[in-house]
Design a protein around this ligand. Sequence first.
Ligand code: FEO
Length: 174
Amino acid sequence: MLNEKMEAALNKQINAELYSSYVYLAMAAHFHGLNLEGFANWMRIQAQEENMHAMKIFDFIYERGGNVRLMALEAPPNEWDSPLDAFQQSYEHERKISGMIDELVNLALDIKDHATWNFLQWFVAEQVEEEDNANRVVENLKLIGDNSAGLFMLDRELAQRQPEAEAGEDGGGE
Ligand code: FEO
């Protein structure tokens, strides 16, 4: 059975993950508008992953006898100064999400909720990957600078990103 405080915190995290999905979808739209289809592909897949993160928490809440309460989603930004600006903001956003996951882990420890603590470990590991994925593109874009051939090459590389297999019951794979 889920503790009330934990249930509320997990519901808040569902909102944060869905908002993340919304931000990445807005970035995908932005890149489509710039004809940077590889960048748009990367963002669309990221949006799908965020939706999967939200659903993972959604399912866990029910599995633990709690209730899901969906909340209003804030409107995402729609404009960025450059691809570097968008990816820097993605990286900052992921760092913020990592902090939220850490707070959830702290709460689980405080209230001795070992089942939720264990569940959250998947997210702890996932956030390492999420930050790294965004930061790698940030670093590539910094190297590219104003070189349009470099941007074209990176766009082709990001077009290769494929959706991750759905996480199984073991929670691995993303
Ligand atoms: Fe679900 Fe990118 O954190």
